[in-house]
Design a protein around this ligand. Structure first.
Ligand SMILES: [Zn+2]
Length: 139
């Protein structure tokens, strides 16, 4: 049984909208919520600009990262996840995603804007270069 991560339908729709709005580059941002002894619930989305403006990589500028973290504190939530999109190819962690997964407690969400994507949003833990997929539950 895979571990489950729950998201509000508003956050799920927000990730898809961000991916669709920037079909030529990877969209990215942070996700805030609560972790009640392993019951993860994501309730807030903090879109960020992709500092690389690339179709195959993303980077959130430090000042934007700080601003989102500050906003999370004032919203009363903690950093629960990081999302980005893969405009090209499968929405599975790339070697770069695995190498740069610095937040081992965060859930990494990858969206695919492809209309025929089997799962438009997938969620992964990336820890010590080991990728484990979560089941996503909309609440
Ligand atoms: Zn990626």
């Amino acid at each position: 049984m895979p571990e489950t991560v729950s998201l509000t339908s508003g956050v799920l729709a927000g990730i898809s909208a961000e991916a669709a709005r920037q079909p030529g580059i990877e969209c990215c941002g942070l996700l805030g919520g609560t972790d009640d002894s392993g019951r993860r619930l994501i309730t807030h989305i903090y879109p960020a600009a992709n500092g690389l403006a690339s179709a195959t990589a993303y980077e959130i500028a430090p000042q934007e990262l700080f601003r989102s973290m500050r906003q999370m504190r004032s919203d009363g939530v903690q950093l629960m996840g990081i999302y980005h999109s893969h405009p090209r190819g499968e929405n599975y962690p790339s070697p770069t995603d695995i190498a740069r997964a610095y937040y081992s407690d965060a859930v990494y969400f990858i969206a695919s804007p492809a209309p025929d994507a089997r799962q438009p949003i997938r969620a992964f833990r990336i820890r010590n270069a080991i990728v484990t997929e979560f089941a996503i539950q909309a609440v």
